[in-house]
Design a protein around this ligand. Structure first.
Ligand SMILES: *Cc1c(COP(=O)(O)O)cnc(C)c1O
Length: 369
């Protein structure tokens, strides 16, 4: 049996209603900052519970344009998570700012107890990453943000509709940055991103920034970027958005099923599942003994398990100027050796999940000597 990781072929294999919407749209020629984009932004803001949303061309740009709106300059320090995906760090570095890393905990998000000691005079923003579908502890981070008057940009690229105390990712702070990349929970057909905010001034600034700083065809108010979300992708987004809650809930119920099954496997440790958290499982990650061998075994049995990520950003060659060394972030380091990600998406069948569980059990039986 094969358990594939990507479900993209299934997701868009049968969508005649989307095709008819696209055909109609193409005839309008409304390709840049068109009506469907305005509609998508309005619906996205409503879904998440923010006042505004601004479509941009990627999740990376969602972070970058938010940082830019805060007037982040070369030499500024931005606190972020040591275990994050390259894009969070890339957005910071592109503006000439310095990423200051904080280790994660077993929820895969930054350990908020370690944040205050990283704050310096140069700290201009905190970018917590709501990683794998968990949210960072925003209750604690909001307190720190207030105490030191440091704004927060939530990297919510992996956590659309994730929440703490029923308050969604992307609504807790100055900005929420989301990705619509094909591999994310709500995905379009190309790159895409969207920023949520409740602040009218930030909203207006973001709209300028993403469109060359133009207030009209001939007037450039500020230096900006070309970072519009394609209206064609917004048509896809509008088709998908009504399914967003179903997608989140299906992933949650799949994870619950896995959790129940894996709780009986003593070589597997399930990460904490706090009751007041809604974890949306962009990635279903477990801690596994003999991880490397288990991964190989799964692959040999047709299961596309993955590691997110085998080598943390701070040890990558691209950041060698920061002079970090192995051991600087011990929890992040320890995770690289024991984490394993299994498919958990909305198109996964019960049969496939049972096969994953059976294969893992089989592996430990064979290696239990
Ligand atoms: C995907 C992702 C991004 C960037 O999104 P893109 O749309 O690919 O630019 C940023 N942060 C995290 C944590 C992500 O997973």
């Amino acid at each position: 049996m094969r358990v594939r990781y990507s479900y993209l072929k299934q997701q868009f294999s049968n969508c005649p209603d989307l095709w008819s919407k696209l055909k109609k749209f193409v005839k309008t020629g409304d390709f840049t900052l068109g009506k469907p984009l305005v509609e998508f932004e309005r619906k996205f803001a409503k879904l998440i519970g923010s006042k505004y949303a601004v479509g941009v061309n990627s999740g990376t740009d969602a972070i970058k344009l938010s940082l830019k709106t805060l007037n982040i300059k070369p030499g500024d320090e931005i606190i972020t998570a040591a275990n994050t995906f390259v894009a969070t760090v890339g957005a910071i570095v592109e503006l000439g700012a310095k990423p200051v890393f904080v280790d994660c905990d077993n929820t895969f998000c930054m350990n908020t107890d370690l944040v205050e000691r990283k704050i310096s005079k140069k700290t201009k923003a905190i970018v917590p990453v709501h990683f794998t579908g968990y949210m960072a502890n925003m209750v604690k981070l909001k307190k720190i943000s207030k105490k030191y008057k440091i704004p927060i940009i939530e990297d919510a690229c992996q956590s659309i509709l994730g929440s703490i105390n029923n308050k969604n990712a992307g609504t807790w702070s100055e900005f929420g940055a989301f990705s619509l990349h094909p591999l994310k929970n709500i995905n379009v057909w190309s790159d895409g991103g969207i920023i949520t905010t409740n602040n009218t001034k930030f909203y207006k600034h973001l709209k300028l920034l993403r469109n060359h700083g133009l207030i009209d065809r001939d007037t450039v108010k500020i230096s900006g970027y070309n970072s519009r979300l394609d209206t064609l992708q917004a048509v896809v987004g509008n088709w998908l958005l009504p399914k967003a809650k179903f997608i989140a809930n299906k992933r949650i119920s799949n994870a619950k099923y896995y959790d129940h099954k894996f709780s009986k496997v003593k070589e597997i440790t399930i990460p904490p599942r706090p009751k007041n958290y809604k974890i949306v499982f962009h990635l279903y990650v477990l801690f596994a003994k003999k991880r490397d061998k288990l991964l190989k075994y799964c692959h040999s049995k047709g299961i596309e398990a993955k590691i997110h990520y085998p080598k943390p950003m701070y040890l990558q060659e691209a950041l060698k100027n920061l002079k970090h060394k192995k051991g600087d972030f011990p929890v992040t380091d320890s995770h690289t050796k024991k984490i394993i990600t299994f498919p958990c998406d909305q198109h996964l069948s019960l049969k496939e999940m049972n096969y994953v569980v059976k294969t893992v059990k089989e592996f430990y039986k064979k290696h239990n000597y």
